[in-house]
Design a protein around this ligand. Sequence first.
Ligand code: AMP
Ligand code: GLY
Length: 264
Amino acid sequence: DLTFVGSEEPLVLGIVDEFKKAGLKIFGPNKTAAQLEGSKSFAKSILKEANVPTAAFSIVRSLSEARRALVKHDFPVVFKLDGLAAGKGVSVISSCKQAEDYIVNLYKNNSNTKLLIEEFMQGPEFSLFSLVGKNNTVVHTPIAQDHKRRFDGDKGPNTGGMGAYSPVAQISFAIIEKVIKSIVEPVLKVMQDKGNPFTGVLYTGLMLTKSGPKVIEFNVRFGDPEAQVVLPQLKGDFYQMIINLMDGRKPLIEWQKKKFIWLL
Ligand code: AMP
Ligand code: GLY
């Protein structure tokens, strides 16, 4: 009766468009809207248009462009490859030498690879999941915190996610409201105004910096493993909630309100 897509690759390849053509019911973004996850440069352009706070950035496609752009950034900087990378396309670069080695290696075959060079942000990270249906009807879930780096003490490289918990008591409700009003809603509005309304799960990855919450990235699905700590908090019927959203009816949804829950 309904297909709910779990992972990013089929979404970015356009499974929603194909299912709709075949008259099958499916919840998720179409191929263009899935670019919010599939292309970091697309996501940045939407963030800019929506006037949403995110790390300062440059997009480059060659060694000389990368060298020129690096002059404008302080170290550490963050390098991100443009396409899907299963959480492994991000490198924090702490010195000029490390940056030079990275870009020389990246462009050694005169490849045309798009590289995003980003300001390094600091602060606690958290994620908000917004289930978006017809006409931007939205349900927001409790927020979660993901732990991406390998090894004790966050000493290792980034992974797709080592573990997660939810809710995140140290992030106040006022901050979550600010994220909804000044980040999620403007992004959904820009997508709609461009004739490409977003439907599906919009996962906003955020950092609470000294100057307020800023977007790190978008995913267009529930996170793995975040789904496992967020979804058990739903009181009610998941299927019915999705069907209501798809019909543009705001479902009355309740989430558990304790500061923590045990999953046994
Ligand atoms: P992403 O794949 O964009 O979610 O990045 C993976 C992880 O890299 C994030 O969860 C952050 O921990 C880190 N990261 C990404 N962008 C930045 C940034 N601009 N500043 C600091 N850390 C970042
Ligand atoms: N845990 C982060 C992700 O699923 O991308």
